[in-house]
Design a protein around this ligand. Structure first.
Ligand SMILES: Cc1cc2nc3c(=O)[nH]c(=O)nc-3n(C[C@H](O)[C@H](O)[C@H](O)COP(=O)(O)O)c2cc1C
Length: 300
């Protein structure tokens, strides 16, 4: 429940039965404009899958995971078998599930220690993905792609309609608000006006000034790879949260189809970029963002 998900859609269903839990996608919660292939939906489910593994390990229960992701159906994405006795997973990360937050404001200037950067890389690699630290000489180019992505997305009325549709009262238990402004005011503004220019400049600055800017990617680009990316990002975010470091997303260059290959060319490695993250120490403690009731996500 507490995993991150694009637009806080929480697109997962857990189906427990004797000795196993199936993880299904809830494609009624898809974002057909922002995420036409359900790539981010699957990454979000992967993040929830990692939480499940970590929570089971913390409860002294082993798990084995079979990835089943195929494509667009409601078929399960993964089967999690509950193994008798403690498994080989590290349960200590579960303690940080409730401490992880998505940050949208600038971070403190304080640098992220190199040991933690290496730890994040190790966490991501353990899940079959890779992490590429953006070096100073590439930062302006990548910040430029983020800004270009903002302008392209906001210029599309369908994209604005979809975003504003997920901006809702916290009583609904899902969705999000933009810039922390009052939702009834912001929603019609986002739907009606192209805020691309101002958002682009804000995000260019966030990318340019982030203490740490990374791209998380995978060698392949199949639904299984997206599930790996989801588990990888959540594992890394929990490692970071354990050190007081949080992340914000600047995924626009991965979301806009024509920008994704350009981002790939800027990284000095092959593969498929999946997420762009900035990391650092937040200026203030953030409250947890709303979630749906657990019974909405359980199918028994
Ligand atoms: C695959 C994925 C893509 C996301 N993309 C964005 C994004 O482009 N911009 C953003 O501000 N947050 C993004 N988020 C963060 C979500 O909005 C956030 O997880 C959700 O609102 C819940 O808040 P929390 O992470 O603080 O629990 C993304 C999260 C995931 C898992």
């Amino acid at each position: 429940m507490k995993a991150p998900s694009s637009h806080n859609t929480q697109p997962w269903i857990f189906e427990p039965s004797e000795g196993e839990i199936l993880l299904r996608p809830d494609r009624n919660r898809a974002l057909p404009v922002n995420d036409a292939d359900d790539r981010e939906l699957t990454i979000s489910c992967g993040a929830a899958l990692f939480n499940l593994r970590a929570a089971a390990a913390a409860a002294g229960t082993g798990t084995s995971v079979e990835l089943l992701a195929t494509g667009t159906s409601s078929d399960p994405l993964a089967r999690v078998r509950i193994e008798p006795g403690p498994g080989g997973e590290d349960g200590s990360l579960a303690g940080f599930i409730g401490k992880r937050r998505t940050v949208r404001k600038p971070f403190q200037e304080r640098a992220v220690e190199q040991a933690l950067v290496s730890g994040l890389g190790g966490a991501v690699e353990a899940e079959g993905a890779w992490l590429c630290e953006v070096e100073d000489d590439r930062r302006a180019d990548i910040a430029g792609l983020v800004a270009e992505g903002d302008r392209i997305q906001f210029s599309d009325p369908e994209w604005r309609r979809e975003l504003s549709g997920w901006m809702r009262s916290s009583r609904k238990g899902d969705g999000m608000s933009l810039f922390g402004l009052v939702t009834p005011f912001v929603r019609p503004v986002v739907r009606a006006f192209d805020l691309g220019k101002s958002t682009a400049e804000k995000d260019r600055k966030l990318a340019g000034e982030a203490p740490l800017l990374v791209v998380l990617g995978t060698d392949g680009d199949s639904p299984e790879d997206w599930l790996r990316a989801g588990q990888a990002v959540q594992r890394a975010l929990l490692v970071a949260a354990g050190e007081g470091v949080q992340a914000g997303y600047l995924n626009q260059p991965c979301q806009v189809p024509e920008l994704r290959p350009r981002l790939g060319r800027l990284l000095s490695r092959p593969g498929h970029p999946q997420l762009v993250l900035r990391l650092g120490y937040p200026d203030e403690e953030l409250r947890p963002v709303v979630r749906r009731p657990v019974q909405d996500m359980l199918r028994i």
